[in-house]
Design a protein around this ligand. Sequence first.
Ligand SMILES: [Ca+2]
Length: 392
Amino acid sequence: MPLVTKNQEPQQTSYSFKTVPQTLEEMEKLLVLLVLIAGCNLQAQELSGKVVVFPKRSYTDYVTLKPEKTDGGLKAMTVCLRYISDDKYGQTLFSMATSGHHNTPLLYKYADSLTVIIIIKADAPKNHSSSFRVAEQNLPKHGLEKRQNPHFFKTVPQTLGEMEKLLVLLVLIAGCYSQGQDLHFKMFTFPKKSASDYVILKPTNAEGHLKAMTICLRFGIGDHSEQALFSMATSAHHNTPLLFKRGNRYEVYMRVTENPLLFYGLPNELNKWHSYCFTWDSVTGLVQLWVDGVGSTKQMAHKSGSVEGSPSIILGQDQDKVGGGFDESESFAGHIRGVHVWDYVISDCEIQHYTSGSGFKHGNVINWKNLNYESYGDVVIEKMSGCHPSLD
Ligand SMILES: [Ca+2]
């Protein structure tokens, strides 16, 4: 219900937290604006580590999941989900409906905590609140849609407190509130060797005191010339580390400018994507490389040391000083994507998950899906063609 009567002048709304929208129209505008700002879209989203919050029992709050397979004809099915609830009432956990029947199935939890599966049952128990409705058949292709409910806008929050709660909820559900960019299905293309093409990556934790590190990226190259894969520099040293490739071997410069660690026998075919991970742990000093899931033997560098200060991270060039000192012969030409950096050594298992692209935990220092970066020169940010597997 609009709060403004005919006799009153509608109040000018500035869409700040201090002003509660006064009308249905204003509320709708604000919500559309918020969703746009949040950068949400209807593409498939990686939701690991996130939850969908249903703050109240209502017949207007729900999420529609769009199945990847929409052609029907199911002869078997497994449905998995996790939920938590302290509600003493019955709860609909999952509802799949088709034109043939509206319970195919309905998964319902009764108040006595017994989870009941009802398949092809005429009706769910009366007086329960459908708090989770999922997946109608014949919907468009995959993706998760946060649907605007036609009833939702009929009630405008009446107080500042209600408005704040709603905004917090929206941001939580949107799950994409950040200043970085999601480069899923994109890549950096370095079309030539040069001293002017590079990308600066800005870490989330700007002030480092790194005692361990994992760096993963995917790359493809077309020749066996010297190639700087990843360069991290600080004011204390410009190789912390430099990850380099020369001919058929991989090189790691960790706090050294000469005599790098050398790694032989790892996959290095040309014109092919490679998954590359570097790990370093200060306590043991052990360094390991992984290429396409093949782990090297371990070598030692910068034992008991740390990487202090704000690191300068650059793709495409070898920094011989912080942010510069580039040499064309050491520059990178090819493709890089899927860059993640952690401030700890991720497990072998996680590295395998990264390699296969199956649900690994994203980097907490550099995250390809929330990346702050600046590109220079002729570096092109390209969308991957649909023929590539989605691994990031
Ligand atoms: Ca150099």
